[in-house]
Design a protein around this ligand. Structure first.
Ligand code: GLN
Length: 485
């Protein structure tokens, strides 16, 4: 199997003048074009703007200037607002929406010199686990195009896996960075809630949404996250905690680190061959000097039902703004205001988004608020307390990212509950606001498996460090699918 070039390698080569940004960007654009019919990873490609940015980056690099990511080709999940370039959120509702400003994440990456090649496909409004709810059609998994890439950041994961870009932004409300990263054999990190600004990131469930990155390795993620992270006065939930240098001490030995193996993640739903990959990874950590112990978080099995009350409740409120008046799709020739609301929303939203809005409206309605919404918030508190207890005794928690490898397109789309259960191992970290990542740890019948690492609040560096040490000893993350693109 061929090896994937890393962002770290490109940063080094660009600085050394071994390659130019124009060359890298031109090659990436050619790969995107060649892959699009097969993978459908992109919604919008911004070739001309990218070439102009690459030329500017080459000038900066030649002058010894340029930010930490100068000249490196990346792309954004299509829910980060980009000034002048449409931001669709995978929805017909926003098919022609052009934001007048950049999301903070976009602005920071641009300022660091990264070159944006376009906007990546995703589940509609980030609701989904398979990228099949996108208005722009499903993304396909580069390892096997009959399989889904995971969701909702399916375009981001597929684009990195296929080597179309060196890194991609993504968001994770209930697993949407980790699950697609695991399905596509790439590395993804969802930081602590509040670590990365949500300004200009189209909202799904505001108390759970968090931006992060998908790249080829933990070291690559560290480079990009270092640029994305940090306080932003324009996001009221952004936390003013200094951002450490994530590259610092990445190589330090792991000896003595205490790893909790999450008992509830090794449930009967976990594929036995997938479990083997995860157990082998844990054994490797032990050989690297980590101390392993089993940890039980008894409220974890309640995370899926709690999430599927809280997330729809918040989405029903966030998506009320799409009324045909101010943003997005407007129906033709409305009879009156009510008709305008009704038809614009009926036409603009897809089935999964409507299902969430209806569920959310229901659980927030007067007679049901206490029974569902408040109860779910209480469960959320119990899950958070479970994690707090666990992190009193261990430094990191580990387990599988998903119960199985990538499933076939169409396999779960008829049954929402089966689809929702795919997030069973990822959702708890969002409910507790914890940083979590997925790292490639093996293959089952040619499809990648992912090791999940969860840490206490603001322990991104610890996660990246553990993942990097693991990746120094393994090559799962370097493998690339055969037909790429
Ligand atoms: N799959 C989950 C959902 O459909 C999580 C999505 C996400 O993290 N954005 O809600």
């Amino acid at each position: 199997m061929a090896e994937r070039p890393t962002l770290t390698q490109w940063v080094t080569d660009l600085r050394a003048g071994k390659v130019s940004s124009c060359e890298l960007v031109r090659a990436s654009l050619a790969r995107i074009e060649a892959s699009q019919a097969r993978l459908n990873a992109f919604v919008t490609v911004t070739a001309d703007e990218a070439m102009a940015q690459a030329e500017a980056a080459d000038r900066d690099l030649a002058a010894g200037r340029g930010g930490p990511l100068a000249g490196v080709p990346i792309a954004h999940k299509d829910l980060f607002c980009t000034a002048g370039v449409r931001t669709t959120c995978g929805s017909r509702m926003l098919e022609n929406f052009v934001a007048p400003y950049d999301a903070t994440v976009v602005a920071r990456l641009r300022a660091a010199g990264a070159v944006m090649l376009g906007k990546l496909n995703m589940d509609e409004f980030a609701m989904g686990s398979s990228n099949e709810t996108s208005h722009f059609g499903p993304v396909r998994n580069p390892w096997n195009t009959d399989r889904v890439p995971g969701g909702s950041s399916g375009g981001s994961a597929a684009a990195v896996a296929a080597g179309l870009v060196s890194a991609a932004t993504a968001t994770d409300t209930g697993g949407s960075i980790r699950q697609p990263a695991s399905f596509c054999g790439v590395t993804g990190i969802k930081p602590t809630y509040g670590r990365v600004s949500r300004y200009g990131m189209i909202a799904f469930a505001s108390s759970l949404d968090q931006g992060g990155v998908i790249a080829a390795s933990a070291e690559d993620c560290a480079r990009v996250l270092g640029v994305m992270a940090g306080f932003d006065p324009r996001d009221s939930t952004s936390v003013d905690v200094a951002v450490p240098d994530y590259l610092d001490a990445l190589d330090a030995p792991l000896a003595g680190i205490r790893i909790g193996v999450l008992r509830e993640f090794f449930d009967p739903g976990l594929d036995a061959r997938y479990e083997r990959c995860v157990r082998d990874a844990l054994a490797l950590f032990e050989r690297l000097g980590a101390r392993l112990r089993e940890v039980s978080l008894p409220n974890i099995p309640r995370s899926v039902p709690a999430y599927y009350v809280v997330a729809p409740a918040e989405c029903s409120s966030n998506l009320a703004r799409y009324d045909g008046v101010r943003f997005g799709h407007r129906c033709r020739e409305p009879r009156d205001l009510e008709d305008l609301y009704k038809r614009s929303r009926s036409e603009g939203f897809g089935a999964e988004v409507k299902r969430r809005i209806m569920t959310g409206t229901y659980v927030l309605s007067a007679g049901y608020y206490d029974a569902y919404y408040l109860k779910a918030q209480r469960v959320r508190r119990l899950i958070t307390a479970d994690f707090e207890r666990a992190f009193g005794a261990v430094d990191l928690l580990m387990g599988p990212t998903t119960p199985t490898t990538a499933f076939a397109l169409g396999a779960k789309s008829a049954d929402p509950v089966t689809m929702y259960l795919n997030d069973i191992y990822t959702i708890s970290a969002n409910l507790a606001g914890l940083p979590a990542m997925s790292v490639p740890c093996g293959f089952v019948e040619g499809l990648p498996a992912g090791l999940q690492i969860i840490g206490p609040h603001f322990a991104e560096q610890r996660l990246l460090h553990a993942a990097h040490r693991y990746q120094l000893e393994t090559d799962w993350h370097r493998r690339v699918p055969e037909r790429c693109p």
